[in-house]
Design a binder for this molecule. Structure first.
Ligand SMILES: Nc1ncnc2c1ncn2[C@@H]1O[C@H](COP(=O)(O)OP(=O)(O)OP(=O)(O)O)[C@@H](O)[C@H]1O
Length: 241
């Protein structure tokens, strides 16, 4: 079977900024894959190209065996993308939001309500999206990305802004999804998160992939103690500004 993702020679420039500068990577089916890098490393742009939301200037990506660009509507049912909270439908409650996403995918309302429960938002089901806290909106966006049980899920910094308990709950949820055979690709600024969840990580900086491997192997190869040390050694930078 083909990889979940195969990307070759991706490049993307915004004006003077070479955001992505020759990224090639492979994500296997069923893998939990992390993209790490300092601010501005090109993680989000790379994800957007992989998701088929952005056209690369050069290079190409295959998503579940299909070209990611031009966007193939048949792939939409098979992938889940966590959108920013600003992409919610205006003035709908949490329940209405996720039921709307469910309806777009032809998924039952009961499944939408279950997902709300899974991310701990049942009590907020009747709250309008603009009245949710940052962490609650974050969890709602993740629930919306997962409502149609996609084979491949993309999450961009999913636990940023969550309190420790919500973060653990989300880790459990992502582990369950992955154990059920789903492929998960995420970006994160938290090295403990990458170490705990990811089968392999790609460390990026300046639009390039510097190194790929299982966290523990990278630690061993570089002769350091933690993934944080790996990050520091490869990028020469702390992982947060
Ligand atoms: N739409 C855009 N227009 C112009 N420049 C952009 C755009 N999107 C990203 N950039 C620039 O491209 C570079 C890479 O940005 P990108 O968001 O991909 O990095 P990132 O690794 O996700 O960063 P962060 O961790 O801060 O989210 C940055 O220098 C950013 O300022």
């Amino acid at each position: 079977m083909s990889n979940a993702i195969t990307a070759e020679g991706l490049r993307k420039r915004y004006g003077e900024t070479q955001a992505v500068d020759g990224v090639s990577l492979e994500v296997r089916r069923g893998e939990f894959y992390g993209i790490l890098g300092p601010n501005g490393a090109g993680k989000t742009t790379t994800m957007e190209i992989l998701e088929g939301l952005r056209e690369p200037d050069e290079g190409s990506a295959q998503l579940l065996g299909q070209p990611s660009w031009p966007r193939d509507p048949a792939l939409l049912h098979r992938i889940g993308v966590q959108l920013q909270a600003s992409a919610f439908f205006e003035r709908l409650t949490a329940r209405e939001q996720i039921r709307t996403f469910a309806a777009l995918y032809g998924v039952a309302e009961t499944r939408a309500d279950e997902m709300l429960e899974t991310v701990g938002l049942t009590e907020k089901a009747g709250t309008r999206e603009d009245k949710l806290s940052g962490g609650q909106a974050q969890r709602l966006s993740i629930a919306c990305a997962l409502v149609h049980d996609p084979e491949l899920v993309f999450l961009d910094e999913p636990t940023t802004g969550l309190d420790p308990q919500a973060r653990r709950n989300l880790w459990d949820l992502l582990r369950r999804i992955n154990s059920a055979g789903r492929t998960v690709v995420l970006t994160t600024h938290y090295m403990d998160e990458a170490e705990t969840l990811c089968d392999r990580v790609a460390v990026m900086d300046h639009g390039r992939v510097l190194r790929v491997g299982p966290p523990r192997e990278l630690v061993r190869e570089l002769g350091v103690d933690t993934l944080e040390d790996v990050f520091l050694q490869l990028t020469g930078r702390e992982y947060r500004e």
